[in-house]
Structure formats: structure tokens, C-alpha cells
Design a protein around this ligand. Sequence first.
Ligand code: HEM
Length: 450
Amino acid sequence: MPHDFIPVGAPVHRRILNRLETAMVARRNVLEIIPALSYRQPIVSGEMVMRWHMLADPAGMKRVMLDNLPNYPKSEIMKRMLRPAIGESLFNADGPNWKWQRQAVAPVFTHRNVLALAPAMTATAQRTCARLARGGRQELVAEMLTATFDVICDVALSGREHFDSDTFGEAITEYFRTAGRASLLDFLAVPEWFPRPGRLLASRSVQVMHSMVGAAIKARRRDANPPADDLLARMLAAQDPETGHRLSAEDLIFNMQFFIVAGHETTALALAWALYLLANVPEEQERARAQARDRLQGRAATPEDLPHLPLARQILEESMRLYPPVGLLARTVLENDELCGREMRPNDIVFLPIWALHRHELWWDQPEHFRPNRFAAESSARLNKYQFLPFGAGPRVCVGADFAMMQAQIILATVLQNFEFTPATPAPKPIMMMTVRPEPGVFLNVRRLG
Ligand code: HEM
């Protein structure tokens, strides 16, 4: 019997907002700038200082992310929000500057290297269970952030000697709340040199984060026996084969900063949303728990278990369909092109609302319902690869996707085996600043099972 729980959505405005309204709602919740039509039509266009398009069409996504990628570099609006923290590092760079940084980083994330990190993931899952064992009403975003932060410190810096996770965590949140907030001035296309309110607070949080990352890099440079193959070691050794260019001290900080933030925040959100969904649909929770118990027999999950735990994967995928941690991307058009039969002109902005693509009436059956089953092997074979893009696609696909999925599955299966989750108040609402966060958190009652 299908359940009738409808997971919480974002407010949708029936008409297209004007420039000022867009700027206002974007400060509150970026998801609100997606018009109702974008959940029904492949493309919606308008003009606001510049021509813009909201593309929620698999074939169009393929053209932007793969077939005509060089024509769609990252948009200046997004870069501006991220630049104070991550400069022109991998995520923000385009063209040759992107290419060589990607080549330098990619080997750290090959499947073999990710497998080598799995014991850290399993140990983290065990520690998470020890913390949850206190039972009662708990806030799960914070719990999941602690769990994933542990692992990213291992992969990025081979440890966390230079990190006080609470201080770093507070700085991240502060940054998202200030610089991360889509600035009114950015939407009005005011030049970057113009002073922006919130920049001061943002720059304080960036300073805190950068000084912690900087201390870790300095310690590594002094270390006579550095650990063999973590991300920092690769970054220090990286060199552009064509130009001989190396990452400057600042580039290093920017890149490490991005990895530490992106590498744990997104995965923690996927996990927290998954637990919210499962708490509200006990039959799905019970099914996944039975599978985990059957396979794990009380121990924590390892990568060898994952092929035997397909429900944990399906739940995470369905959770990222409904709540993609990266809910909206933006690109700029370089040269004339066509998307969904519509003319693209130089300097147009193309929004890629992953959120709306994943809840689109044309591509999904009952898009608002939680149905992990969609991602079962038989049915997911029918999905178009470009209708489900939590990690993006093409050459700029998320470099940490494999890492994120492995870690999330290990944690989810281990935790579900040992605990029952039921909803507590307040219920979460999805708010996108830079990522789609549940506000004010995911509050659940946690009960340890015998
Ligand atoms: C559930 C977890 C995650 C989600 C949903 C996610 C999502 C994404 C998305 C959508 C993009 C593409 C952005 C674009 O096309 O503009 C991306 C890129 C990227 N992600 Fe992730 N990510 C996750 C985890 C991670 C992890 C664990 C790491 C590293 C440890 C990571 C590092 C990166 C990097 C470096 C890029 C830029 C790649 C490039 O431009 O070449 N991500 N991610």
C-alpha cells in the first residue's frame, strides 16, 4: 500500500517576479525564485537587467553540461557569492585554469583511493551511533555534520590536529548566512567593487576558516614525514604540465577550503533529509532496517556490504531527488546557441534549477512523493541520465560523488540498523542559501533498538 505522506516543498510563486521581488525572495530562499512554470515546462525565460532562462529539461541539461560545455561557463552571480571563500579554485574556475586543477585533484578520488578511505567512514558511523545512543529528541543535521566532517579531515589533511570542528562549523554557517545569501546587489548586477553589506561578517568567518586551513598547510610543509597520499599532498605537488604553473599559497587555501566545506556539508544534508523522510514513512524505514540487520548482523557497514544494501542507496538517491543539496546552478552564454528551441544570446544567464528538474511534472510520476523504489535497478534503468543530477554531469561532474555516496550509505545503513527515528517538532523547511538546508534543522525522536 503506498503511503500518503507528502514531504515538505518550497513556496512557489504563480507569476514571474520582477527584479526587486526576485532580489527580496532570493535573500530569504533561492528556491523561491523558481517560477511555478518551471515545474511544468522545459524552459522558462524572462528579462531582468539581462536575459535569463530557467532550464529544467534533460536534453537541454546535456547540451549545457556536456555537448556544448565550453559555451556555458559558470555565471558571475554564483562566482561572486563564492569568491571571497574559494577564489578561482577548482569549483569556480573555467577553461585551462579549471582543467589543470581538475587533473591534479581527480586521482585522489578514483574508486581505489576512495576505498582506502572506507575504514575512516566505518569508524565514523560507529562513533555516530555512540552519540545517538543518548536517545530522545535530537537535531540530526548537526549530528551528520559532525560525522562527515571527521571523514573529510582525514581525506583532506590526514587528521584534524589543526581543526576545532565547532569553531570551523560556526564559521561555515556564518558565511552561508552572510556572503552566501544571494545579495540584492548581485541580482541588480551592481559591479563587484561596490561595497556590500554582510561582506564584513562574511570576511570575518572567512578569516577564521582560512587561518585554520593555513595552519594545517604550514604544519604539513614543516612535517618531515608527511602522510603519503591525501588531498593536501597532491595539491602541494600539483603542477600544470603545460605551463609549469603551481598553486600559489592563496590558491592552496582556497582549494582546501572548498574541499573541506563542500566535502562534508552536502553529504550531511543528504543524510539528514533522508532521516527526515524515513521518520515520516515508517514502512520504508522498517524495510531498509530489515535489510541492514540481515546483512550486517550488528556490525558497522563496510564497502563490501554496499552491493547488498540497495535500499540505503535508493533512499539516499530519492532524498537527493527531493532535496538536492545543490539545488540551483547558473551558467553564462558565450556564443549564440539554442536550448529547447529557444535562442540563447551572448551574456544571457542560464539557471539550472536542479530542484525543479527533480520535481518536474513531465519527467517524474508523482514528483512530490517519497518513493525510493524509483531508483530500484529495474525502474532506474528507464530514467534519463540527465533528469537526475544531484552531482551535475559531464566533465564538471562532482569529483567527490563516489566518495559522498560511499560515506552516506555506510553511515545510513549502520545508523538504521541500531535506531528507530520518529518525527519531532518543529518540522523542517527547505531553505537554499548555497545549499538546500532544512531549517531550523531535522528534529527527530531517536530510540535505540535492542
Ligand atoms: C552529497 C554530496 C555532494 C553533492 C550533492 C555534490 C554536488 C555537486 C554538484 C552539483 C557539482 C557540480 C557543480 C556545477 O556543475 O556547477 C559538484 C562539483 C564539485 N564537487 Fe561536489 N557534491 C557532493 C560531495 C562532494 C564531495 C564529498 C567533494 C569532495 C570531497 C566534492 C567536491 C566537488 C568539486 C571539487 C566540484 C567541482 C568539480 C569541477 O568543477 O570540476 N563534492 N558537486
